[in-house]
Design a protein around this ligand. Sequence first.
Ligand code: HEC
Ligand code: HEC
Ligand code: HEC
Ligand code: HEC
Ligand code: HEC
Ligand code: HEC
Length: 326
Amino acid sequence: MPKHIFRLVSLILGLIVVAVLARPFLIADSFYRFGHYRANAVPEIAAKEPVLQTARYCQACHTERHAQWSAGSHKSVTCEVCHGPAKGHTDKNKLPVPKDSLKLCTLCHEAMPGRPSTQPQIELAKHNAGKQCITCHNPHTPKIVVATIKITGNAAAGKKRAEDCAGCHGADGNSPNDTWPNLAGQNGAYLAHILGAYKSGDQKNEIMSPLAQDLSPADVQNLSAYFASMNCKATPPAAKPIGNSAAGKVLAENCSACHGEGGAGGNPAWPKLAAQKPGYLVNVLKAFKAGLRKDPMMAGVARGLSDANMADLAAFYAAQSCQPTK
Ligand code: HEC
Ligand code: HEC
Ligand code: HEC
Ligand code: HEC
Ligand code: HEC
Ligand code: HEC
């Protein structure tokens, strides 16, 4: 055999031996059993911190938002869809809070032909008047629930029952006190709703809760019919205004979809704010923000209001004229 052929053959044989010997070091055993699936690495993968947690992971620390979310209509959209993966959150990773809700929400809700009709869709141009979606929708429980309470009560019967209320809400439903609400001219369906909430304990107030226990369903209906039929009176301008009404007017643009222009009433199941007592308005907004008064829609709205915002809004609404309802 010529020398150079011998060298070539031995070189090839040498390489084969090296390859065979190196094989177990370079390739995991499991490759021959499971192919590219790295079966041996399962414990290693399982030991890694998951990138995505589930919504349950958030529950312990963000109890209130989790409760809203799990009771609401976004239950199929988990927290991390909007806030990003939770890996490392609380230590180094501050989860992002979506700033531009127009962009976020339209991703899934803008009407388009290919979108399944089971997914709620809106015509952008008609729907939001250029506003951020979260001015009206709480992202954690977005459905705007329009209550359908019918007022069938008798105002004359309500008038008699209302004698018990006169001390605090005024004989004609206009309260003598800055922190107690006017009831005259308020939407009847709202009055019935809120009296029902005091009665059931959904809303709590140390004065009103016990009083509402004594009201029968017929009383609630009659009282609501009575107060809704009364004429509301303008609140006299305070010597020292509680806040800046002009600033309040600008903020109030975010409220008009539900409370009407100038607070004169939108949906009948929701309260009018026009000419309401300013001290009461401030207290209620604070209570919504603190979670003491619970309503998912108002919780979303009040979260972004500072104390100064609340005072300005109260000054604005207190100064609006209220129209008596029929
Ligand atoms: C161990 C408790 C804990 C868990 C679990 C937790 N968080 Fe948080 N989260 C916090 C704390 C504490 C803050 C406040 C941090 C701060 O203000 O500096 C926070 C802040 C946030 C913020 C606001 C960040 C900001 O910039 O204001 C978002 C959004 C958030 N968490 C979402 C989530 C989501 C979604 C989950 C579940 C996937 C979750 N968190 C799980 C404790 C937790
Ligand atoms: C549809 C998108 C969406 C989903 C789903 C969602 N969030 Fe949010 N979240 C938002 C937006 C938008 C904001 C900012 C506006 C606000 O505070 O209402 C926010 C605000 C927050 C904040 C407050 C941040 C701050 O600055 O105060 C926390 C905490 C939070 N979300 C936790 C959660 C948790 C926990 C879940 C799941 C149970 C969840 N979110 C699900 C969109 C979402
Ligand atoms: C990842 C997609 C997704 C994003 C992002 C999203 N949603 Fe939704 N949303 C859904 C789905 C899916 C439903 C229907 C859930 C169901 O009915 O079970 C829904 C339900 C709703 C509903 C209730 C409709 C009804 O009649 O029940 C409203 C309102 C809503 N979303 C508003 C918003 C707003 C506002 C935002 C932004 C803060 C947002 N969504 C972001 C997917 C999304
Ligand atoms: C000015 C207040 C306001 C703004 C801003 C607003 N919405 Fe709404 N949205 C409502 C009201 C009120 C309803 C319920 C009445 C109705 O069905 O029209 C509603 C209903 C919806 C529904 C349910 C529709 C259905 O057919 O079930 C979706 C989805 C929705 N909005 C998404 C959005 C998105 C996304 C944005 C941001 C681009 C947005 N909304 C901005 C007031 C608003
Ligand atoms: C001792 C004083 C007092 C008496 C008597 C009283 N109320 Fe009240 N009422 C209040 C106060 C204070 C509030 C505000 C509670 C709050 O901040 O949650 C209130 C709130 C209300 C509200 C909610 C108004 C709103 O705009 O949300 C209604 C409705 C109401 N009362 C009806 C009645 C009726 C009907 C009676 C008679 C059966 C009555 N009240 C008797 C003090 C009283
Ligand atoms: C998505 C609809 C919606 C928007 C937007 C909204 N509200 Fe409300 N608001 C409600 C509902 C519903 C209630 C009744 C809550 C309840 O039953 O406790 C309410 C109640 C109130 C009350 C209590 C009234 C009373 O008589 O007790 C005040 C005050 C109030 N809202 C102020 C505001 C202000 C200020 C804004 C704007 C910054 C605003 N709301 C935006 C739906 C809305």
